[in-house]
Design a protein around this ligand. Sequence first.
Ligand code: SF4
Ligand code: SF4
Length: 678
Amino acid sequence: MSSLIFLFCILVALAVFGRTIYLRIRVLMAVQPAPRFDQIGRRIRAVLVYAFGQKKFVVGEQPAGWMHFFIFWGFLVLSLQIITMFGRGFSPHFFIPGFRPEQLGGVFLLCRDLMELIVGVAVLAGLYRWWFSHPRRLFGFAPAEERHLKQSHGEAALILIFILTIMATGLLYDAGRLVYQAGEPASEIERAWEPVSAWISRGLASWGSDWARVLSTTAWWIHNLVVLIFLNLLPRSKHFHIITSIPNVFFRKLEPVGALQKMDLESAENFGTSRINQFNWKQVLDMYSCTECGRCSSHCPATMSGKALAPRQLLLDLRDYLYQKQQQVISGRGSDGNEEVGDVIVGEKLIHDDVLWACTTCRACEEACPVLIEYVDKIVDMRRHLVQDEARFPAELVKTFNGMETHSNPWGIGAHRRVEWAQGLEVPLIADHPDAEYLYFVGCAGSFDDRNKKTTAAFVRILKRAGVDFAILGTEEPCNGETARRLGNEYLFQNMARHAIEVLGQHHVKKIIVNCPHCFNTFKNEYPQMGGKFEVISAAELISKLLAEGKLSLQASGDPQKLTYHDACYYGRYNEIYDLPRSILKSLPGIELSEMERHKETGMCCGAGGGWMWMEEPQDKRVSHLRVDQAMETRSEGIAVSCPFCMIMLSDGLKSKDAEEKMHMVDLVELVDRSMKP
Ligand code: SF4
Ligand code: SF4
């Protein structure tokens, strides 16, 4: 009879679960396509590293990271236990084939027993965080996560209590059996492999065999019913990630992470994303997979500087709205996103404009996310709608877009002034030196901004001293359009990219040197989408090569000084260039490097990316001020950078804090220039 009741419970639970999952899958099939079925080997490797290896947890914040590691592995081991417990509903001595104690099962019993204890302790630590320590990362960051802060977090605690119950009842079930089956040969073998259950059974022995049987049976029922309820809570809660996170890691973005998706402007009917069904299935899978851990928001410079954006809140708003409109999304299947499902989500209704404009596209959120959720593409897709469909963007950008369109630079300075920095330096023009091995693409900041012009001149001195065969485009040099793309103006970007590729093609350029991470990322990762394929070399890479080849040699350039290095997002997280600039700094005589707490993968943006170079940040919410504070904590005398935008933003930060006497700004190439032996 009890087997029949249990079978009924399983069938009901599976039917409800199956229907929920079926609808979630239908949503994935109803939204837009995304090509994520290539490079299977790399995808499997990502699953091994990030899902089974739990890389982001293990190298991330502790002890929460290890806690999650044990919960994850505990669940894998315990899934075998759950199958065993379910089987016992129909056969009291059921074991998964091959897992009897005298077979492989001894090791399994030991792992399971220990895991039940470890996961139980990890859950207690989790409950302490939810009930007592209330970390902001879990509860929400004001003001951008006001809604998350106010929502009940009871569900998280409930799920933890469920997990704790599953662990505790698993141990009690086995401990009870060891009491009432004492003396049976099979039971004694089990006892030898179950130290925790055996220890509990010693406490239960005084209750007598009958009570131990009642306790064990009750624990078995509670265990299995909680598992069935838990199963049905998963797809309705943040714990859906238990099912979706492995596929989400498998389908991660593999093309260069720094490349935004190219829009097909010829055939597109929507110029960006403004309806919930216009996201693609991978973006929806991201929404399903969020664990609500808050690592993204805790690393986001916009959230930290008090702006309206917090990536977690953005994703949860989209996810909740998607669930609300699930049926409509399914009905609109195959609509190419033209079907008007729900409201326009960009604007007053859901994702406010200032949330989207606050993003610096720094990718700190993506780097921090344990389940590899992607943000920048979603945010830029929604910006594309604002700019291209509604022509709605911050007023300052009118000048930026005009400048790019009419003078091919975001400052809007006349193109004839592009080479003023080169006066007296005798820099070869590619028109006069068409066979030059390298084209030095100076970039708009290096050409027009007074502070960065000094860096440009320093780099040219290095190239000349080392005998590099190079030339520049001079007044022919166009802007590559990076800013327009990050700001959502894909139309302008594609026009500018086509023009730049044409100019470079006319001069048969093959190798491009840059001293700007934004130019680097655009040429290297995005121009191939437009048919422009070049070998792109950063200043740090070239200088390293010149030093290694003995074409440059260095000496002390003055007093020894302690510097901290600020990673540019578009070299660091976008292109994993972390060590090269550091190794150059360390090779400079007299320079001592002191790292900020946030450096390399966790480095913080200067506040210029994503077009913020040309937008007005409120004085009290400036990202650069936060970053300068972090730099000052190192008690260094200067901040070294490899990016003209970082140079401008952090110089501004130092100035606003009246700290220019205490710290100075310097570009890496300036340090090399000063240290070159005559
Ligand atoms: S890319 Fe940077 S600014 Fe944008 S949401 Fe992520 S962390 Fe925040
Ligand atoms: S997006 Fe990633 S990092 Fe952010 S809350 Fe969700 S799981 Fe955590």
